[in-house]
Design a protein around this ligand. Structure first.
Ligand code: NAP
Length: 257
């Protein structure tokens, strides 16, 4: 596991947006960021799930969260502009953006892969984070130190049979991260990295590996050290790298020239 002992006030006064904040890893990341002092913007497609996370944050007395329902599959460019304007009016800046929402799609050979499924997975996993990053960059550049973390996967580093659009979308995620990291390097204080959670006990993992004992996988709570490190100021100078949340030797280093 990536090791990091976060101080209790690591994210005090930070404004952090988490996509897919209603369930799985995103839910735990949102709760964890709030626990460490952040005001979290909970973005996702199922409002009732976001409300549960909101309530849990409130019950614990952590900074009040905000809910932003948005279906990344159908959102238009204007929807992202509206998101940026709303956050600008409300907060005036953004300190962190965790692109966590993701779609597994179907596990099939490319020879049988359905075009609509392909388009949906590529849209939610790649196009949506691209548009959101583009529209939120001005707000991220307004913060003293800000972090974009994309969510990658092991199959985004080594292709695997039958993982189709999901695997390919995660290669693209690594590419998007590296291009943006290189562009921001020297231009702004925005750092851009990816986190590969590794096999984690969520509903996505259960769909991908129905025969696996879920208890054999770490929980989302177990992998939070890497997420905290990337959102806190101790990673301020870390840019263009891939973190493997379950590997102690992480990150992989990419040379930003
Ligand atoms: N779990 C693993 O073993 C593992 C391994 C490697 C990488 N990852 C990556 O980690 C991230 C989180 O995965 P997870 O395991 O937590 O998956 P999950 O339990 O299936 O959660 C996925 C999240 O994404 C949201 N989402 C899906 N489609 C959306 C859309 N169109 N618009 C808005 N939100 C949408 C879901 O919202 P709803 O709850 O409303 O459906 C949910 O909150 C993903 O990017 C995944 O690829 C996971």
């Amino acid at each position: 596991m990536f090791e990091y002992n976060a101080p209790d006030n690591l994210l005090k006064d930070k404004i952090i947006l988490v996509t897919g904040a209603g369930s799985g890893i995103g839910r735990t990341a949102a709760l964890t960021f709030a626990k460490y002092g952040a005001t979290v913007i909970l973005l996702g497609r199922t409002t009732s799930k976001l409300e549960e996370v909101y309530d849990e944050i409130e019950e614990n007395g952590w900074p009040q969260a905000a809910i932003y329902p948005m279906n990344l599959a159908g959102a238009t460019e204007q929807d992202y502009t509206n998101l940026a304007n709303t956050l600008d009016d409300e907060f005036g800046r953004l300190d962190g953006l965790l692109h966590n929402a993701g779609l597994l799609g179907e596990l099939k050979a490319i020879a049988q892969y359905d075009l609509d499924k392909w388009n949906e997975v590529m849209h939610v996993n790649v196009t949506a984070p691209f548009l959101m990053s583009r529209e939120l960059l001005p707000l991220l550049r307004k913060a003293d130190s800000s972090s974009i973390a994309f969510t990658s996967s092991s199959v985004g580093h080594k292709g695997r049979a039958h993982w189709g659009a999901y695997s390919i979308s995660k290669f693209a995620t690594e590419g998007l991260m590296q291009v943006m990291a290189d562009e921001e390097d020297g231009l702004s204080q925005v750092r851009v990295n990816t986190i590969n959670p590794g096999g984690t006990r969520t509903s996505m993992r259960a769909s991908a590996f129905p025969g696996e004992d879920p208890m054999s996988r770490p929980t989302p709570e177990d992998i939070m050290p890497a997420y905290l490190y990337l959102m806190g100021d101790e990673s301020q100078s870390v840019n263009g790298q891939t973190f493997h949340a379950q590997q102690p030797g992480s990150p992989e280093t990419h040379n930003i020239v």
